[in-house]
Design a binder for this molecule. Sequence first.
Ligand code: NDP
Ligand code: GDR
Length: 325
Amino acid sequence: MAKNALITGITGQDGSYLAELLYNKGYNVYGLVRRLSTPNTSRIDHIFNNIELLQGDLTDQSSLSEAMRISQPDEVYNLAAQSFVGTSWNQPVHTGDVTGLGVVRVLEAVRHVAPDAKVYQASSSEMFGKVQENPQTENTKFYPRSPYGVAKVYAYWTCVNYRESYGMHVSNGILFNHESPRRGIEFVTRKITDSVARIYHGLQSELRLGNLDAKRDWGYAGDYVDAMWRMLQQDEPGDYVIATGETHSVEEFVQEAFSIAGLDWKEYVVIDPKFVRPAEVQLLLGDPSKAKNELGWEPKVHFKELVKMMVEADLERLEPLDRKN
Ligand code: NDP
Ligand code: GDR
């Protein structure tokens, strides 16, 4: 019989790739969406007929219980969050409520309504923050550097606690940055590739950025949602680092992206203190050995291919607006 999956955050980058993956595997896919004044389903419009959307919000306990009741999930993927680190300093209480406490609400809804469901929690490399060792593994100590990171640490330990308190099948995927042409426009990779395409097409003259020295372990979102699914196919729950094992600076990303469009980045990039964060995560580098050994997971897309994929998608998307000629 087909399994039922409930995805919170289905309108986001990862939610859209995961919904495709699960639908293609034969799941009945349910997705939680919150009410907005303007519809926000562009990432899932192409699979609209293959999924069922349920209204709800991570700040509203009753909507989560109702979503569990309707979807009767075998698997719950909790991807919903206030996920932008920068905003977490402007909205620390909201971030704590959604990204931290929201996870408790999801787990309570599972515990009371669908106690046998397996749960995936979208944990983050931001929990390592001021890193205590390189590369980071499942055993590396957390030292979060933002209200977002702090909320994710709270959520992480809540998942461990529900596993130990109630014997629930709850797994933390400690995912390092993963990107795609569907990445939100405010995250640095997409901001860069979108700007490269705008500059190339004569729609923009400069790109304003913050700290170019920060280093990240960037992978491809399409690869990473497969790791989420693999975690929930295990007999035992666990915590897994998902990463490429390579790290690159923001400056390297900028250089690569501009060069794909045949542009010299130094002519266009302006450093703007507005984009420098109150506290920075300077370096992230993950060791995905456990995921490789236990889940048989490995990243397929690496840095240069990822940058190329994103730049090409933005160049093509903005082609109809070209003002160069
Ligand atoms: P996005 O920002 O693209 O998507 C976030 C999703 O959460 C959206 O669907 C959003 O809905 C939803 N959401 C936000 N607030 C609420 C709320 N109060 N109630 C219900 N839904 C809400 O994030 P990603 O897809 O990139 O990331 C998915 C998850 O993985 C997040 O939890 C993120 O923190 C985590 N993560 C991401 C990494 C990455 O590199 N992408 C790395 C590690 C962890 P709406 O469309 O309405 O805004
Ligand atoms: P991050 O991603 O904070 O790692 O969180 P983001 O792309 O926002 O920043 C990466 C690094 O780039 C530096 N940077 C800038 N960032 C943005 N957004 N805009 C700029 O102009 C800019 N200039 C430099 C940042 O300072 C930072 O060092 C992402 C999110 O998806 C989280 O939800 C997730 O948990 C982590 O990745 C893993």
